[in-house]
Design a protein. Structure first.
Length: 266
């Protein structure tokens, strides 16, 4: 996919999107952005896919933007570089929006460096599993830039304004355990059990009532920007939509029959 800067594997209702520039610590390239946008759209369209996992190949999840590429661009033509930078960010933000709007749960499975755009990409996921060696770094200050990927929007909502400012102004590492304490990740897992843990969580989501889970995601994602009155109406609409699903009937029937429900995602 797009120079193989991304790989896509589907199995058992789970799509795994692996950032695939290990020699560059999966630094975000324009080709990777395009591939992620295309793959995310395919995952949303494909009814067989019920959960998406984001992860990185090699030693890191993502080391941020492609600084070497930025240097070559800046050296060639400063004004053209500025225009390209803005367009790259607009394009990359399409990806962040798609991941957050997708009516399917997204897991970010992160390890090693989670820096720059990687921080925003992890926050675009619905839940985050961090390997014990993961660390988060809002690194933009080190190359004289402001943050993108929704970092300035989502990070204060997760960790609070003061901590978001600290992380952004100083650009210091935030280890996995601290990220867990701050609410940036859901679990920190030892290296030996990391892959199995991610598989189990993805399988649990893929086997869930997909219609209901999609509405839950949309409700929670939009809740901080709505009043209670508006949110209460959205909740009523959501439960009405979910109540029409096959999985709702199955869940109620299974409860009455005292057996495990078998959801099919519709």
């Amino acid at each position: 996919m797009s120079e193989q800067h991304l790989t896509l594997e589907t199995r058992g209702g789970i799509a795994t999107l692996a950032l695939n520039r290990p020699e560059a610590l999966n630094a975000l390239s324009p080709a990777m952005t395009d591939a992620l946008i295309d793959a995310t759209q395919e995952c949303e369209r494909n009814p067989e896919i019920r959960c998406v996992v984001l992860r990185g190949a090699g030693r890191a999840f993502m080391a941020g933007g492609d600084v070497k590429g930025l240097h070559a661009s800046l050296s060639a033509d400063a004004e053209a570089h500025v225009r390209r930078m803005e367009m790259r960010v607009i394009r990359a933000h399409q990806l962040i929006s798609q991941l957050r709007r997708m009516p399917k749960p997204v897991i970010a499975a992160v390890h090693g460096a989670v820096a720059g755009f990687g921080v925003g990409l992890s926050m675009a996921a619905d839940v985050v599993v961090a390997r014990e060696d993961a660390f988060f770094l809002v690194a933009y200050r080190h190359i004289g830039l402001t943050a993108d990927a929704g970092v300035t929007h989502f990070l204060p909502r997760i960790v609070g304004e003061r901590k978001a400012l600290e992380m952004s102004l100083f650009g210091e590492r935030c280890p996995a355990e601290e990220a867990l304490r701050l609410g940036m990740v859901n679990w920190v897992v030892p290296t030996a059990g990391f892959d199995a843990f991610v598989r189990d969580k993805a399988a649990a989501l893929a086997a869930g009532p997909s219609v209901a889970l999609g509405h839950v995601k949309a409700l929670i994602r939009g809740s901080l920007d709505r009043s209670w009155d508006e949110q209460s109406h959205r909740e009523a609409e959501g439960i009405a939509a979910a109540s029409r699903s096959h999985d709702h009937l199955e869940g109620v029937t299974a409860f009455v029959e005292k057996r495990a429900a078998v959801f099919v995602g519709r």
